[in-house]
Design a protein. Structure first.
Length: 240
């Protein structure tokens, strides 16, 4: 065999730049994965590999870092996705339930305004019916109501947000809240609130009706499918 044939049969060695290219690609892929880790688990489970393949295919030959435009686009999209709805858009039943819960929060404020407006008449009736009822007790009770209003308002809004995101525990939690309102309505009827505080009883009754509508919507068939889809186990943490 001639020397020329021997040289042609020998393996061709690549240049140092070509040998280092796989290393650069591995480093770039790892850095892209760190950016994709900003996205929710369900999105990474469905689309991470596809997005990563597009990013790597569009990368420059000697690129080692994501460009500023890519960083801004990936991080911005991840923030919008985390602040937006959960894994999928909620069905109409859940959307209506969330809106009703916001209305329920507004009724708490309306209830406080009504309690302040009717405070004198309610106090006079209580004093006539209960001789041992003191004015100081009434003022303490009214102060307790004023200070306590932010708690149910925040509870309505918090559960509205959580149910809109599809958290199954939030649906059960609201069912418990509805049970509490049921007990409150029954206790007010037993205490004769219809005679000394009809406006307050009316507001509580409206809240109970809102809660009943919310429970029926949250436990409807379409809502159940939504919550079950949202509670699918997330994928493992991304590699790299």
């Amino acid at each position: 065999m001639s020397a020329r044939a021997t040289r042609s049969a020998a393996p061709t060695r690549g240049t140092p730049g070509e040998a280092a290219q796989p290393v650069r690609q591995a480093v770039l892929e790892r850095r892209y994965r760190r950016l994709l880790a900003c996205y929710p688990h369900f999105f990474r489970h469905d689309s991470e590999e596809e997005i990563l393949a597009v990013l790597m295919a569009c990368a420059r030959t000697r690129q080692r870092w994501p460009s500023l435009g890519e960083v801004a686009d990936l991080v911005g999209s991840a923030i919008r996705m985390r602040l937006g709805p959960g894994r999928s858009s909620p069905p109409r039943a859940v959307t209506r339930a969330v809106r009703l819960m916001r209305v329920g929060a507004a009724t708490e404020i309306a209830g406080l305004l009504i309690a302040l407006a009717t405070a004198s008449s309610v106090q006079s009736v209580l004093v006539r019916q209960h001789v041992t009822f003191l004015a100081a007790q009434w003022h303490d009770l009214l102060l307790f109501i004023e200070l306590g209003v932010p708690v149910p308002v925040g509870l309505w809004l918090w559960l509205a947000w959580a149910n809109g995101r599809g958290h199954r525990w939030a649906r059960s939690a609201f069912a418990g809240v509805f049970g509490t309102y049921t007990l409150i309505v029954l206790s007010k009827f037993v205490a004769g609130a219809a005679t000394y505080a009809p406006a307050d009883l009316f507001v509580v009754g409206i809240q109970w009706l809102i809660g009943l509508a919310v429970v029926l919507l949250l436990f409807s068939r379409s809502a159940d499918t939504f919550y079950r889809h949202q509670s699918m186990p997330p994928t493992a943490a991304p590699r790299g």
